[in-house]
Design a protein around this ligand. Structure first.
Ligand SMILES: Cc1cc2nc3c(=O)[nH]c(=O)nc-3n(C[C@H](O)[C@H](O)[C@H](O)COP(=O)(O)OP(=O)(O)OC[C@H]3O[C@@H](n4cnc5c(N)ncnc54)[C@H](O)[C@@H]3O)c2cc1C
Length: 383
């Protein structure tokens, strides 16, 4: 059988499945490859829910990308069986001088985003599940909410296939080759060699194997689902926001309303545990000590949240030194586009990154403002 592809997409997780869809809908002949099955739980795009928001404390430069991402989330919505996006409002909590409050205030002011600043008492009045410190404030963003990662990936895979993409699962890419003076790429998988005009590399936590020149650190994270001990109706998504906070020591956490996921319950997690690993060495078991620590920590913010622990699961972050993504053409091989280092906050951008990767693979440029923030050649990456 002769194979002929314009673009190979390496990795069909959050970013790669979106790229495959955006490429295929433009009439590009796409081959997508993934070592696991569709919407698996071994990488970074699983665990029922992902926060989406726009009051971006990480940097106001993300806001235009988020505005496009929200348009694309809305476009995707009718294609997702059972529904994907839920707008609950989002609450950012911490001291007025914390990075979360300072940074999100900067973004809402610069981009004129709807928001309210609430005192600690005003937060508890509106959302009685929260007990903030007397010095804490809340920045409420009405347009924030969450999406469902497994449903998103499944929808992008289905849409890509319907638009003509060939997607192969259970096939691992061992290496890729390109030449700076010749067009085209060659990918070697465990079943053979495939050539194409362009290559999109979106390997999540496997990026250190495929793109060793980028300084990335892979970290183990844990998600916890608790059955609230108080009135469960208070945690219903129609009444409860998503939230992100930091304690005075700077320890960051986030959580969701209760959802109808496989186990139900309300999910909560620490933002970053600095627990370095690889996808092969990660300990996927969660200890009693870990879940007790989380229950105690979150109980000081939402006293009725940590009832019975229903489930806990691990997930991988792939972090860059400055916490910003790496998206752009490969420095040596312009026919290769890379997307990695999403540093624990990439999912809300999935549809816009898919669109950008399709732009870069077909036109070598994009109208989205990804430079200098995501530049693979930036100084923070040791260039
Ligand atoms: C616990 C947790 C909570 C998070 N919460 C949020 C949140 O609330 N909001 C938010 O915006 N972001 C959040 N994120 C971050 C976000 O989920 C990630 O940034 C995003 O999922 C990364 O997508 P990806 O496509 O890079 O990786 P993945 O989805 O893991 O995809 C990479 C794919 O590449 C495949 N692959 C790798 N190597 C090969 C190979 N050699 N051959 C073939 N296939 C290969 C893998 O099998 C995998 O399917 C969270 C992440 C975690 C872990």
């Amino acid at each position: 059988m002769s194979e002929s592809y314009d673009v190979i997409v390496l990795g069909l997780g959050g970013m790669g499945s979106a790229a495959a869809y955006h490429l295929a809908r433009r009439g590009v002949r796409v081959l997508g490859l993934d070592r696991f099955g569709p919407a698996h739980d071994q990488g970074s795009s699983h665990g029922d829910s992902r926060i989406i928001r726009q009051a971006y404390y990480e940097d106001p430069a993300y806001v235009p990308l988020l505005e496009r991402a929200f348009e694309l989330w809305a476009e995707l919505e009718p294609e997702v069986p059972g529904g994907n996006m839920q707008i609950t409002g989002g609450l950012l909590i911490g001291r007025p001088d914390s990075r979360i409050i300072v940074g999100s205030t900067r973004s809402v002011q610069q981009w004129n985003l709807p928001h309210e600043i609430l005192s600690s008492d005003e937060v508890s009045e509106r959302y009685p599940t929260f007990t903030l410190g007397a010095d804490d404030v809340g920045l409420f963003e009405p347009n924030a909410g969450f999406v469902r990662p497994e449903r998103t990936v499944t929808a992008h895979i289905d849409l890509a296939r319907r638009a003509g993409a060939t997607l192969r699962f259970g096939e691992t890419v061992r290496s890729w080759q390109a030449d700076s003076s010749v067009r085209g790429v060659t990918v070697t998988t465990d079943t053979g060699m495939i050539t194409a005009g362009n290559l999109v590399i979106a390997p999540g936590a496997w990026a250190p194997e495929l793109l060793p020149e980028i300084p990335l650190v892979v970290e183990r994270q844990v998600m916890y689902w608790f059955a609230p001990s108080g009135d469960p109706a208070r945690y219903d998504p129609s009444r409860h926001p998503v939230y992100i906070g930091a304690n005075p020591a700077g320890r960051e956490f986030y959580g969701f309303p209760a959802s109808e996921g496989p186990t139900g319950g309300a999910k909560v997690a620490f933002f970053r545990q600095h627990d370095q690993c690889t996808p092969d060495t990660i300990n996927r078991d969660v200890t009693l000590v870990e879940s007790q620590e989380m229950a105690q920590f979150i109980g000081s913010w939402l006293p009725t949240l940590p009832g019975r622990l229903l489930r806990a699961a691990t997930c991988l972050y792939t972090t860059t030194p400055d916490g910003h993504f790496v998206v752009g053409p490969h420095s040596q091989y312009p026919q290769v586009v890379i997307a990695c280092g999403f540093s624990g906050h990439g999912f809300k951008f999935v549809p816009v990154i898919g669109e950008i990767l399709a732009d870069l693979a077909t036109e070598a440029k994009t109208r989205q403002p990804i430079y200098p923030l995501f530049d693979p050649e930036r100084r923070a990456l040791g260039r």
